[in-house]
Design a protein around this ligand. Structure first.
Ligand SMILES: [Zn+2]
Length: 385
């Protein structure tokens, strides 16, 4: 042991000697990852890592974040954000809509990150963040590497289809839409992001309409009343069935947090994974807490209850029974057919929902059968038994 120490051959006797840590240094920025990223294979055949880094300015002045490089355990840059990308992804105070590249004295921000890896690229074991900052107004540049995280290589949760039929479109899905992916909540004294991989499922008819006729009439929405299916065998841990439908067209005002999910089911599917099905029709929910269900069992009907402005099925997977106070987990659907993609983006989806205009869809020809894959944002799929 002494010889080992004398040679300073730390690598030869790692179990005996602690690594010789570099001297600690003061940093102008502190950072930590909110939850270790866990990959998921998306319908673009890439593996996606979606996670967040909380950054705090601990200097007496303003810091401009000029670039962020995400580096793996070997120092390889796997993703880079320039200043403009930072300015779109760093939410001051964690608040969606308050994005900026500058952090003022004492401010913190949450950087929402998305790394897309080739299907055959090695999964990084760890990720660190090499951050280039500029002290303002002195214009002094500095680079520091902080906020290392392990990458969780556990496979994504596997689900069956939550609905049956065709024309289902994955609204506000992974990985760069912002309503779910950035739905960070300060709960019980910490940030949680249960909806990181949530999808709002809606349905297009044969003419690509989400709604036909009066947009304030629930029954005019293609998806309204469709059966919501258990995506796996499991045990119901919570359910609600008594909330009335909202009038479509606008989100309800002043809705209490405990009514946000409307009529819902939380299903414990084992392995530490729980599934939320939200916004179902009043009186349609077929199960109560404690019920055992089988994959494919009908849980209720798609409605517009809770914090909802148009009939849809909100579905996400989380690591605990609370739909909000939990960490959102990636999941895949064991089989579906990809039939189209709305490349015109969320604005096109929103317009179709609000006005009845047809979605601008690009067909996938021939339709692609996908197995063990997460339908990404604004993909249109067909689910069959
Ligand atoms: Zn939703």
């Amino acid at each position: 042991m002494i010889r080992c120490l004398l040679l300073a051959a730390v690598a030869l006797c790692p179990a005996v000697l602690p690594a010789l840590a570099a001297e600690p240094v003061l940093t102008p920025l502190v950072g930590q990852v909110i939850a270790a990223p866990r990959p998921v294979l998306g319908s673009d055949q890439r593996r996606h890592l979606v996670y967040e880094v909380q950054l705090g300015n601990v200097t007496a002045g303003t810091l401009e974040v000029q670039a962020v490089e995400i580096v793996d355990q070997g120092g390889k840059v796997v993703h880079r954000l320039d200043r403009d990308a930072v300015a779109r992804r760093l939410s001051v105070g964690g608040r969606r809509g308050a994005e900026a590249a500058d952090l003022l004295f004492g401010q913190f921000g949450v950087l929402f990150l998305h790394v897309a890896l080739g299907k055959d690229d090695a999964l990084p074991r760890t990720l660190s963040h090499r951050i280039a900052i500029r002290f303002m107004p002195a214009n002094i540049d500095h680079v520091l590497t902080i906020a290392e995280t392990a990458v969780n290589d556990a496979p994504a949760v596997v689900l069956g289809p939550p609905l049956l039929g065709k024309g289902y479109i994955a609204g506000d899905g992974c990985c760069d839409s912002i309503r779910h992916v950035r739905a960070l909540l300060p709960l019980d004294g910490r940030f949680t992001l249960a909806q990181r991989f949530a999808i709002d499922w809606e349905q297009a008819d044969a003419q690509n309409h989400l709604v036909s006729g009066d947009t304030r009439t629930l029954t005019n929405y293609t998806i309204f009343g469709k059966d919501v299916l258990a995506v796996a065998d499991g045990t119901v841990v919570a359910a609600r069935n008594d909330l009335l439908e909202q009038v479509p067209g606008a989100l309800p005002r002043n809705l209490p947090l405990d009514q946000a999910d409307g009529n819902f089911v939380v299903l414990d599917i084992g392995g530490g994974a729980y599934v939320l099905f939200a916004h179902m029709q009043p009186g349609s929910v077929t199960v109560t807490a404690g019920a055992r269900v089988k994959r494919g069992d009908v849980l209720g009907k798609v409605g517009n209850t809770g914090n909802s402005q148009a009939p849809h099925l909100h579905l996400h997977v989380m690591d605990g029974p609370s739909p909000l106070l939990a960490n959102g987990l990636p999941y895949v659907i064991d089989a579906f057919t990809l039939t189209a993609i709305d490349h015109a983006g969320t604005a096109d989806f929103d317009k179709a929902e609000a006005t009845g205009s047809p979605l601008t869809l690009t067909p996938v020809t021939p339709p692609q059968v996908m197995k063990g894959i997460l339908p990404l944002d604004l993909t249109v799929v067909e689910f069959s038994k």
